[in-house]
Design a protein around this ligand. Structure first.
Ligand SMILES: C[S@@+](CC[C@H](N)C(=O)[O-])C[C@H]1O[C@@H](n2cnc3c(N)ncnc32)[C@H](O)[C@@H]1O
Length: 345
């Protein structure tokens, strides 16, 4: 269903300022680690009601803004995969405006642009009831981009169906869409193939449990990348491509392409790239990898090892463990049904 462009004016002043105090508290709390990025921090974080729905952290927005303003050369394209409501796109545009040497950059962004769980996300907010699952949020995304929206080409649809011309090198790639191994394989053969030497890819899902294929691939090709400074208070890790990747890097890979030892080494390496708080999320990806591929016994053993001394505020506990528990339950139920035999079904 098409949706009219929504504006903040539809909200009362009280609704617009909802949560401002808690946003300020969060800012103060996060500021010590974020201090080097303060100049680039999005002011809209305090005032925009949609900031409460954004999934990326404002520090990721600040990092991207600084990168576009100070490091982006304009020698290649800018691609954003999975922008959702566009906080990162806005940060890219803001950085480009402040970059005195680049005058003609544009952005290609790729998303389904269809709300999936917006009703849950807004349930407790003044925005409750305004957006509906199944609706297109493309008008909302475009509306949020402001005066520079003409620089952005938004490609609506399944990114797995999209292509990218090999003649167009990419200088900046922000990836927040590799949610399945199949999507990831497609991204590698299209967008990653065109990442130019000197270009940067930001893996937004690094310090998360759900995308273990990222860690395996980056570990395999780690000699080709420089890991850039950590983005504070976020899941993102940026990598700069230093030397051309071999053809094999763009071919589909699978769970069976990695030995147990390679997997273990990859997650030790991957966890070490983030701060101690987020390391548990990466360890969650280690467990989740085996859960997703049906090795529940190994996943259980790893999970128990990883859980020792861990608080509950991480994706090992909140994502990897519940998924493993569901699959263990299903397996137990299946085994019981098998034991009872077909006559009792
Ligand atoms: C975690 S959200 C991205 C959050 C965003 N980076 C931000 O700054 O708030 C993932 C996005 O990927 C999109 N997405 C998921 N699967 C997709 C697919 N197969 N093709 C295109 N977009 C997809 C979703 O619609 C969603 O907007």
């Amino acid at each position: 269903m098409a949706q009219e462009v929504w504006t903040q004016n539809e909200l009362t002043l009280k609704e617009r300022t909802y949560g401002v105090k808690s946003r300020l508290r969060r800012f103060r709390w996060e500021y010590p680690a974020g201090k080097p990025l303060r100049r680039w921090f999005p002011r809209s974080f305090f005032t925009d009601p949609l900031a409460l729905v954004d999934i990326c952290s404002p520090w990721e927005v600040a990092w991207v803004t600084r990168y576009m303003a100070t490091e982006f050369t304009g020698s290649g394209a800018v691609v954003e995969l999975g922008p959702f409501l566009g906080d990162i796109t806005v940060g890219i545009l803001k950085g480009l405006r402040q970059n005195s040497t680049v005058h003609s950059a544009t952005i290609d962004s790729y998303d389904l642009f269809i709300f999936e769980d917006i009703e849950d996300r807004t349930a407790e907010l003044p925005l409750s009831g305004r957006f509906h699952n199944g609706e297109s949020f493309l008008p909302l995304y475009k509306g949020r981009l402001g005066q520079d929206r003409g620089l952005v080409t938004a490609h609506q649809g399944d990114v797995s169906e999209e292509s990218w011309s090999p003649d167009r090198p990419i200088e900046f790639l922000f990836n927040d869409v590799a949610k399945t191994w199949d999507i990831w394989n497609h991204l590698k053969s299209t967008f990653y193939r065109s990442l130019q030497v000197g270009g940067t890819v930001v893996e937004q899902d690094w310090a998360h449990a759900c995308t273990p294929w990222l860690h395996l691939w980056h570990h395999r090709y780690r000699e080709h990348f420089l890991v850039l400074d950590q983005v504070p208070h976020s899941g993102s890790v940026p990598f700069r491509l230093l030397t051309p990747l071999p053809q094999s890097a763009f071919e589909p890979d699978h769970f069976s392409d990695y030995s147990e030892e390679q997997v273990s080494d990859a997650f030790d390496w991957a966890a070490a790239l983030v701060d101690s708080i987020r390391q548990r999320n990466v360890r969650g990806a280690y467990v989740h990898l085996y859960t997703l591929h049906g090795d529940l016994d190994r996943a259980s053993r790893l999970c128990i090892e990883e859980l020792v001394g861990v608080s509950s505020d991480n994706e090992l506990v909140q994502v990897a463990l519940p998924e493993l528990a569901i699959r263990l339950n299903n397996r137990a139920a299946q085994e019981e049904a098998d034991q009872q035999g077909p006559s009792n079904k």
